[in-house]
Design a protein around this ligand. Structure first.
Ligand code: NAD
Length: 324
């Protein structure tokens, strides 16, 4: 499934998620939700593009190499309207298969750079959170990281280097052991992440982690992490604010990979404002938190409303220009 949420301001950017889905309906719903989140990222950080996402339904008999080559042919036929890259289930090996049939994807050699950019964005988001919590820096805070995969493990490493107190959880025992042995961090059980007291809960595993019941169990002052679509429904932003928990919108915190990746589009290089860098995530969030505080609106609600407004302001002529 390839979902294109919008090309009003430029090409649609979004990675390929390969996962097991209960059926086509849930895969389509996920693709649409993730594509919308990518639009919010573009509009919030100033990437002249829109949201897209590809969802590949995994199953035990899938010939992944063939599937990615086949997918690449479809992406190529879209002429650059959709530019793709990694996501859960899509790493360098899959990007190599994709590169055989399309130009409109991040190359395997750029995979690490993108993950590092996402990590830098998360760190920028966490610095903004520290400032809003009136703390002098990350070294004064305690963190619980849910998921130490590509992004989470790097975030853990940087937080430890900054002097932060870090606890990690992952369902993959090998990953959790590797990160513990490397960094000497505390390990907690995956089911204990919500109830573990900390300053900042850092979701870096999967979406939908924040819902009415889970928000009620949180014992943190703030939530900020890379996982896409952390809120189960938009009104969860209000529930967090009512509990006095600072929530940094996921579509801002996780935008580092988009900022770094958008520049790789072969036909549409000027995809972002000159001041759109990964570090801008900190400045944008500090500003958002201040305005949210002053207005009483939850930060995620405010950021979403502003992003939707910017989206509507586009004249919708990008693709016509590109074709000309
Ligand atoms: P990843 O697949 O490398 O890592 C995810 C980790 O979460 C894995 O180690 C997995 O075992 C773990 N996990 C799964 N279920 C868990 C559970 N119940 N409790 C604890 N851990 C669990 O993915 P990633 O590239 O590190 O991305 C992490 C999140 O950030 C994803 O939601 C992804 O969509 C989002 N994101 C990633 C990027 C990027 O550049 N990689 C960019 C933007 C957003």
């Amino acid at each position: 499934m390839i979902a294109v949420h919008g090309t009003r301001h430029g090409p649609a950017f979004g990675g390929i998620r390969r996962a097991v889905y209960a059926g086509v309906d849930s895969a389509v719903a996920d693709a649409l939700r993730l594509a919308h989140a990518m639009t919010l990222k573009c509009m919030t950080v100033g990437v002249a593009g829109g949201g897209g996402k590809c969802v590949l339904m995994d199953h035990p008999d899938l010939d992944a190499h063939r599937a990615y080559r086949w997918l690449g042919r479809h992406i190529e036929a879209m002429g650059g309207r959709f530019f793709t890259g990694p996501d859960v289930g899509t790493g360098p090996e899959q990007l190599a298969a994709l590169a055989q049939t399309t130009r409109f994807a991040i190359s395997p050699g750029d995979f690490d750079g993108l993950t590092n950019a996402t990590t830098s964005g998360v760190l920028a988001g966490l610095r903004a959170v520290a400032r809003e919590l009136d703390e002098p820096g990350l070294g004064n805070l305690s963190f619980v990281i849910q998921g130490v995969g590509g992004v989470g493990a790097r975030v853990a490493e940087q937080l430890v280097a900054a002097g932060g107190c870090v606890a990690i959880a992952d369902t993959d025992a090998a990953r959790v052991a590797a990160t513990r042995d490397q960094l000497g961090v505390t390990v907690i059980a995956p089911e204990a992440v919500l109830a573990t007291e900390c300053d900042v809960f850092v979701p870096c595993a999967f979406g939908g982690v924040l819902a009415a019941d889970t928000i009620a169990r949180l014992r943190c002052r703030a939530v900020a992490g890379s996982a896409n679509n952390q809120l189960t429904v938009p009104s969860d932003a209000r529930l967090l604010a009512d509990r006095g928990i600072l929530y940094a919108p996921d579509f801002m915190v996780s935008a580092g990979g988009l900022i770094a990746g958008a520049g790789h589009h072969p036909l549409w290089p000027p995809t972002q404002n000159a001041d759109t860098t990964v570090d801008c995530i900190e400045t944008l969030l500090v500003d958002l938190f201040a305005r949210a505080r002053a207005s009483g609106v939850a930060p995620a609600d405010l950021a979403t409303a502003e992003a939707e407004q910017r989206l509507r302001a586009g004249d919708g002529t990008w693709f016509a220009h590109e074709q000309a």
